[in-house]
Design a protein around this ligand. Sequence first.
Ligand code: FAD
Ligand code: NAP
Ligand code: SF4
Length: 683
Amino acid sequence: MSDAQATPGLQKYPHLFSPLDLGFTKIKNRALMGSMHTGLEEQEDGFERMAPYFAERAKGGVGLIITGGISPNMEGGAGAKLSTSEEADQHRLVTEAVHAADPDVKIVMQILHMGPLARNENAVAPSAVRSRIARNAPNELDAEGVEKQIADIVNCAERAKEAGYDGVEVIGSAGYLLSTFLVEKTNQRTDEWGGSYENRMRFPVQVMRRIREAVGPNFILIFRIAAMDMLQGGMSWDEVVQLAKKIEAVGTNIISTHFTWHEAAVPTIATMVPRAAFTRVTGRLRKELGIPTITSNRINMPDVAEQVLASGDADIVSMARPMLADADLVRKAAEGREDEINTCIACNQACLDHTFNGQEVSCLVNPRAGHETELNYFPTDDVKKIAVVGAGPAGLAYAEVAAKRGHKVTLFDAGSEIGGQFNLAKQIPGKEEFYETLRYFNRMIEKRGIELRLNTYATAEMLEQAGYDQVVVATGISPRVPNIEGIDHPKAASYIDVINGVKPVGKKVAIMGAGGIGFDVAEKIMHAGKSAALDIDIFAKEWGIDFENHPRGGVTGVEPVVAAADREVTLLQRKTTPVGRGLGKTTGWTHRIALSRRGVKMINGVEYLKIDDEGLHLRINDQYEILDVDTIIICAGQTPLRTLYDELVERGVTAELVGGAYEAMELDAKRAINQASYLAAAV
Ligand code: FAD
Ligand code: NAP
Ligand code: SF4
């Protein structure tokens, strides 16, 4: 059998699987695992855990790996620092594990100096300008301090080489130190490091020049540039090009494009962002340069990567979160098994939200990510006959893991398709990626030989008679029905009926409950036309982005234009905290902005009194009010659905609860899949 027959993906994705020759070294394909902080870097056993984490991804077929950011000194603030040979010894665990897994895979360490975003008192920057997202203003560097930062970054690169890395990436974007030299807002110096653009570029250019001098020619040097910083008054396109050319001229091998500063209020990686939305910007920069470019952001499947490469937008595609979701993504593509890829749905719930909450990083759809040493799906030598009732995320994950380990699994669902509440989530504009998770599980049901019984309401009697060794109850939740006068009034509607289009929604609407589902329902009923997540031009209009970089930063003066449905919607909650505070750390703000732009009113601190023909009666700040609305959508949380479990217990059948059936409070798919995976790994 020829190689091409054994690996059909090589023909299907010719650009993705062509090697990249850097002269002194070759990268075996164009798939890059982008830099992500894992939360392990600063832990005592962090390197012991990072070694298998990265090695698994190396075995999974990726050509180049970039580690999470490592600081060159204390001021850099990234949690972990590399400035001594002792620290380099620890890194060797990672580099040796990756090279042992596949000697052809290259691993590059990212040098991250956070500058004004460093969360410590030592934070430094060209000027003492506080970022919108930092607690304090940084300390202004004096001339000696500037030289020290450069020397420390160069030393860090040398230590990385000593640790066995194949190269370093220096982050020169996102509002971190190097980028703050480039922009007038954050660089107000009058010495040789500030003032003219020539002077403002000096710091990043010197950093790259001196690293090259120190590490010699045969070491990969990557510079991450803000090709579009999304700042009002940010960098002009000419400035971006000028910088990239200078960085190339001092011996950098690859330019990696980044598209925002963290303080910019434009989503760039959330699930509402269309796939590969930003690669066209890289494409324009690529035409100006003689060295390869990397593009990124919302590239989560091999066909998207291939298309980006084939169109000439980049030489390498970076997929960071997709490598958390599926360590074998690239190998599956090469072997023509794309339908087995567990796709990153860009939810940020277990990765970036964790990073920003100071927790270890993992993945909603793959809880093994970052936990390779503790969560393993070993084959069982005690095969059990298992019934899993409920094919929502919890039941699906349980069934998949148990069957993968060799158990004989039957999966029941009362519905006509698998997915449980994901079948509601996937209908929300901006959540189309949820279809991918259902595609993945459908394929796993087939591959693992799980017996699927849809349209089957499982009863305790039926399960008892079948004589299962193990019954797993993943029956999910019931929507909470608040105890309010008139809750049965025809104006009241359940969110399930609204999302499924079973209940018509009027022009004037109140949404009772502003949790994740209340926000999603508001998004659905206020949407007009095509989902922005499926159309880059609509997305650009909604968020005021000019992908041609005509104005500075790509956003200066570009007003967002939103198509909203002809409705008046009020989103209500009883708590007095700001509406939407409980949403995801890194995505909540995008939902709040999106709904505000559609004209949704948000009111907290309300007391619901009754529903009648006049509408919804409320007390707000001790004032009695009647919201004259046609429809009141109830999104008031959920309670566990345990009818089946209680019946099983009554019959003396031992059963295990998982997902919403176990606990509905603060339930989400992350917790459901995580809990189910751990339980099924142990059964
Ligand atoms: P469910 O998904 O509720 O599945 C239970 C299944 O059991 C159902 O399919 C039901 O038909 C079946 N069942 C019940 N009783 C029986 C029986 N006796 N016999 C056979 N079958 C039975 N979570 C996130 O993490 N991120 C999000 O962005 C997100 N967005 C959401 C958006 C919406 C609109 C909604 C509604 C939910 C969203 N969620 C999200 C929540 C997430 O979907 C739930 O936390 C998750 O589905 C819970 O999984 P589960 O398996 O426990 O239950
Ligand atoms: P939720 O986040 O718990 O919100 C429930 C809402 O109902 C709250 O606003 C709550 O606020 C209100 N409420 C609770 N009891 C009430 C009562 N008796 N009467 C009136 N209002 C009441 O739950 P959810 O919105 O149903 O979402 C379910 C789960 O799915 C959540 O855990 C969520 O994380 C997940 N989800 C996540 C996303 C996402 O994008 N990440 C999206 C959708 C869903 P007050 O008590 O202040 O009124
Ligand atoms: Fe992707 Fe969500 Fe997993 Fe993060 S948690 S890697 S965004 S699927």
